[in-house]
Every structure is written in C-alpha cells, then in structure tokens.
Design a protein. Structure first.
Ligand code: NAD
Length: 438
C-alpha cells in the first residue's frame, strides 16, 4: 500500500492539497499548529468556506482517505512525502516572513520518520529559500520546491486542473514521490532547479498583478478620454499574445498573495541592486486605485464626514470569505478616516474587523439603506439585485461600481447616477461592456 502524504498547514493551500490529493485517491494526513482547527477538521468543518468543500472533506474523512493529527510526529512519521503549506506573509520592509516555513522544517527534523522523506515546500517563498532550507534537511531527507497556483474561490478545482506541475529539485529521484501524485492529471511537468521554480511562482504572480495594474491604468485613461475600458480591454485581450485573463479593472488587487509576492520579489531585486521598476510601478498603481473611488465620491458629494456609505463586498475577491489585505476593507478604513460610516454586506464574510461606527449587515438591501452605494468586491450576485429595489433607499442616488459588476444602464434607468471604473460617465455604453463580462 502507498504511504500517506503529510500536509503541514491546513489553510487555503493545505486544504486544497488535502482534498485534491484525496480526490486523486491518495491517503493524506493533515497537521496544523492550531489545535482548534484540527478539532473542527476532524468533524468535517473546514477553516474557510468554499462551495462544496465541507462535503468533499466529510466524504474523504468517511472514506478513510483524510486523517488529522494533533502532533507533527504522528502526522508525518509514516509519510515518504511531506508538503509544507504554511503562511509566508509580508514583513514591514516587503520581505517575506519565512518564520513559519523554517519552524515547520525544524519540526520535521525531529520526526521519527520510518522512510527517507521528501519535503516539498509548497508555500510561496523568495528565490534562494529552498536551497537554504535544504541544508536543514540534509542528513534525514530531500528537499524540493513545488509551487501552488490555485485561486481562492476555486481552490480544489484549480488544484485538480493545473496548467503545469513545476518542481524544483536537485535530482529527479527526489521529486518522484511528488510528481507521481499528479501523474493521472497528465499535465506538463517542468523539472528545474529549486531557485528557478521559486522564480516561476513569484514572477507568475508578479505578471498577473502587472496585468491588473495595466488594466487599471488603461481604465483610468479611458475615464479621462471618454472611452469605455470594457470594450478597450476586450479588444486588447482578444490578442492571443495578450489574453483576456486579469485584464479587468477595479479598485485593485488585494488578498493574501499578489501584493505580498510582488513586494517580496521587489525586495529580493532590491537586495541584489537589480532594477525592479515594473514591480514597483505595479504596486504604486495598485495603491493609488482605491483613492480613485474616494475621489469619485468626493467629486459627487463633497465632504465625506457624517456620510453613511453602503458597501457591497468586503472579501478581496468573489468566491471567498478571505479579507486578508482586501482592498474593500482598505476603502472602508479610508472612508472611516474621513468621518464616514459604512454599512457593509458581503455574501460570504460573516466576521470582519471594521472601524468604529461601521457595521456588517445581512443583506444587500440593508446595506443599500445609505446615502451612497459602493460595490467593492466582484460578486456576480450583486448584478442580480434589481436596481429598482434600492433606487429609493440610496438617498443621494449615487452608485460607484468599483468592480464593474453592475449593468450601469440598468442602474441609471432606475434613476440612480452610476460610475464604474473606466466606463466613462456615459452609462449608455455599459450594455456593450457587459457583453465582455459574460
Ligand atoms: P493560510 O494562512 O490560510 O494557512 C496557513 C496555515 O499554516 C494556517 O492554518 C496556520 O495555522 C498553519 N501553520 C503555520 N505555521 C505552522 C507550523 N509550523 N506547523 C503547522 N501548521 C502551521 O495560508 P494559505 O493562504 O494557505 O497560504 C499558504 C502558502 O501558500 C503561502 O506561502 C501563500 O503565499 C501560498 N499560496 C497561497 C495561495 C492562496 O490563494 N491562498 C495560492 C497559492 C500559494
């Protein structure tokens, strides 16, 4: 019988790995330093919400393919492959905080393994990290780097449908226990050095972030010249050399990956005195984008002090409840700093640390009982709320669609003033624009 695979860390990546590998027929052991998380997981309760995840978790627990353990030793000792999927947040100076990865590998060095294990670092780490970590594994195992490319909201699906498997290793033999996991997916495998694999992951995220900042800069220009970014970006994205993905303007990219990964790779470039203008510009455009929404609001209503702002969306993107580094939350904080109060609704977020005076409500219409309405996350269900239902409750009759998810013409025909990002002031343009989104 095949040995179990051990997953260290049961966050978004750890859970997708546990469930994805169980779906592929492997036996998987999960461990996390948060005992409460393990206790809940044993009862089939995932640490975050994603469509279908609890059902899949219970299915595989019942089938005996997923097991959770209270100690790293118990979870890892029978495994010949350990996947490390712990967090690597940004430090103040932009560099990645690698303490959890080092702690996990240190913990593994004390495990009484019954076989020579391969340790696969799946956390996103800056180039050079895995070679350093390999020194800590020397003498008791092998160390490889196998990046994860999933998106929150479709984490398990993405795990099972990767475009490629990247594996950074010094010998293909060390990578065999890892690569065989994905054999049935029949995807291209890129065998390369650990440092190259780390660069592939960091720079893939940097490029995707760059595309978003590019789309935002184009959208801002569209606003200035009276063009419609939906059509402009659609026209650009049809070019196969460019592609439509991530060419969507909005309030910018947030979440636990893009910002910290671009900061991390920019920091590495800085320490090597290598130019990193594109990374820096990507971040600058992104930091400025939430301000556009505030300026649009100030242009319309003037001073924001005392204003009640209805907010649709707090998660950093649709399909997740994750508010880590969410620009929606950042906008709420900026509003509060200007004396405005927020009434926020998000289909998935149940708890969020909002500034004093702001509150979370249970329905989009409750949130729309406000002076103005702001859409800050790209949940498609917001477009399904008929504008007639909130046309009267939005007292100043002004809607800013910071994610271009609403049908601007429909909003306008309900008697509200609509502003999107790069959609120009002429709302008659938006039906064409919406064809792009579908
Ligand atoms: P997360 O914060 O959701 O989960 C990390 C988990 O690791 C937590 O449950 C934490 O308790 C646990 N942990 C921390 N230290 C530990 C230790 N020493 N032993 C055992 N468990 C420990 O993080 P995440 O979003 O899953 O991201 C994990 C890594 O994967 C990061 O490097 C991230 O950049 C990368 N990544 C994330 C995504 C994403 O969309 N979230 C996508 C691709 C890659």
């Amino acid at each position: 019988m095949a040995r179990p695979v051990c997953i260290v860390g049961t966050g978004y990546v750890g859970m997708a790995s546990l469930i994805g590998l169980a779906e592929l027929g492997w036996t998987v052991h999960g461990y996390d330093i948060i005992p409460e998380r393990i206790r809940k997981l044993r009862h089939g309760v995932a640490p975050y919400r994603e469509a279908g995840i609890d059902e899949l978790l219970r299915k595989h627990i019942d089938a005996g393919r997923i097991h959770f353990f209270d100690t790293l030793d118990a979870a890892a000792r029978d495994a010949d492959l350990v996947i490390v999927a712990v967090g690597t947040p940004a430090r103040e100076d932009g560099s990645a905080d690698l303490s959890a990865v080092y702690a996990a590998v240190d913990g593994l060095s004390k495990v009484s393994f019954s076989a020579w294990p391969t340790v696969c670092i799946r956390s996103t780490v800056p180039p050079g990290t895995s070679d350093d970590l390999a020194d800590l594994v020397d003498g008791w195992g092998e160390l490889i780097f196998g990046p994860e490319f999933l998106r929150e909201g479709s984490a398990v699906y993405d795990f099972l449908h990767p475009d490629r498997i990247v594996v950074g290793c010094t010998s293909t033999a060390a990578a065999v226990p890892y690569v065989r996991l994905f054999e049935s997916l029949q995807k291209p495998v890129v065998f390369t050095s650990r440092c190259n694999a780390e660069m592939i992951k960091c720079c893939s995220n940097a490029f995707l972030a760059l595309k978003i900042s590019f789309a935002n800069e184009i959208a801002n220009l569209c606003d200035a010249v009276g063009a419609t970014s939906d059509d402009v970006l659609r026209g650009i994205g049809y070019d196969k050399r460019i592609g439509p993905e991530f060419l969507r303007p909005g309030i910018g990219f947030g979440g636990p990956c893009f910002e910290k990964d671009v900061k991390s790779i920019a920091h590495v470039a800085g320490t090597h005195s290598v130019g990193h203008e594109l990374f820096a510009a990507t971040l600058r455009v992104n930091e400025a984008q939430p301000m556009r929404v505030l300026r649009m609001l100030e242009d319309e209503v003037g001073d924001l002090a005392g204003l009640t702002v209805g907010v649709w969306g707090l998660a950093f993107k649709a399909g997740t409840e994750d508010v880590r580094d969410s620009l929606a939350v950042r906008v709420v904080e900026m509003l509060s700093a200007r004396g405005a109060y927020t009434v926020a609704y998000d289909p998935a977020v149940r708890v969020a640390a909002l500034p004093a005076g702001s509150r979370l409500v249970q329905s989009p219409l409750e949130a729309a009982d406000a002076d103005v309405l702001l859409v800050l996350t790209d949940w498609p269900e917001f477009a399904a709320v008929h504008p007639e239902l909130y046309a009267r409750s939005v007292r100043r009759g002004f809607v800013i669609d910071g994610r271009n998810v609403l049908d601007g013409a429909r909003v306008a025909s309900a008697g509200l003033k609509y502003r999107g990002i790069g959609r120009s002031l002429d709302t008659t343009n938006t039906p064409v624009a919406l064809a792009l989104a579908q």
